[in-house]
Design a protein around this ligand. Sequence first.
Ligand code: ADP
Length: 492
Amino acid sequence: MEKQLKVFFLSPEAVPFAKTGGLGDVAGSLPPALRRLGVDVRVVLPFYSTAKESGAEMRPVCEALKAPLGGSLLTARVWEAKAAENTPFYLIEREDLFARPNLYGTPSGDYYDNLERFSFFSHAALRLAEELPFPPDLIHCHDWQTGLVPALVRGPYRHRSRVGKARTIFTIHNLGYQGIFPPDKLPVTGLPAHDYFRIDGLEYWGNISLLKSGIVYADVITTVSPTYAREIQTDSYGLGMDGILRERKSSLFGILNGVDYGIWDPGRDAHLPAKYSIRRMAGKRECKKALIRETGLTPSLLDRPLLGVISRLDAQKGIDLLVAALPDILALNVGVVVLGSGDASLQEALRKAARAHAGRVSLNIGFNDPLAHRIMGGTDLFVIPSRYEPCGLTQMYALRYGTVPVVRATGGLDDTIEPFRRDSGEGNGFKFTPYQPRALLAAVREAVDLFDDAKTWKKLQSNGMKADFSWDRSARSYLELYRSALKPAQAG
Ligand code: ADP
């Protein structure tokens, strides 16, 4: 019998304890899916204020975990919560670092001490593995906040019996967040400068980059879709990291994220005013009616296409394209519901557009999970005009909700959405490529034209609703990768 794999899964966020975007969903759902495949995976994340609001039951597993932050040794309490499949989630509690209203910063900028916060988190997680004890075969790190860990395992922790032999995997959920800090802060990380602050280390144009640290020092690198794995090796999408990614090309893999259909399924979704499924679609019209009422849109929109947008408000997400195309889109006699939070100037641009089209555009600023579900259920089209999109989850949610995606052909959007073809009846959405308002408009127009053909529209909806993007498929790919990551170690 094969030995059970032990995986320590380090993430800056995980549902239901903390979420700012897709990584939260991934870290909440992939570990239970891996446990179903027999992997002993345990998750570690910081204990933010939001974890208290989750209502999850927790018990302390370590009252005084000691971990360094620069020259000081700090103490943290560690809580354990059990999620689906009995998956342990360990939350590192240190009030002065993590008990804040937001995870990484406010709309006006990042917290000034993010290097301190996530260096401490990285050391604390490794110390926790020793303390539990849980000697992992693999340490799976996510995004820049944990990018220090592969360097620590190769360096200061390499002689430690519990974690020194572990292989490291670094998953890039978004190359746009690079964890850049000034060079004089290097002592915070606990890494000696001469070995690490170098061009073939974590030095990046004179600064520290924790993302680069993960890319350089991890044994295996993954990202969240096959297309994004290719794109980030190019000048146009590499955001300055393409050279180093090309160097590590043979260790770089793209695995598509999955959907937790326990949370995102219109047949079971407790947030929806009416449930529905492929065979019983009447509930979707009820959801649309209720959403129009809730958002104050013109009631006559019930028989016209209603477009949904749920997004972080960030330059990455193509919100500028949406704002530019909005007057022409509205001229097609449609309605638009937007839910988003983030960048203040994008909020303002949206506010202006919404004011000009009262009754036709509903703008909802804030992070609101129940409303996100109601928008999925109550709209006909779901628009994602991203400049780049590592994977994107909302287009996969939209498919399951019979809400037809209109997306820009990039990253995971390109991997999951196939343009609908009237002649063959194949395809699940609409795609455009040039990053231009009129390309977005053309794709929306194509969708709107099809909307009046009820029979064909139903076929398009059911193509999407039938698709299976469940986590089980992605988890099997990760398991295969884990096994192959361990092979050289065993051979050696
Ligand atoms: P990203 O991780 O880049 O933000 P994804 O599509 O991978 O994009 O994941 C976004 C997740 O965050 C989805 O679950 C989406 O529903 C959710 N989300 C984004 N913005 C909001 C918001 N303002 N309110 C509620 N949920 C949101």
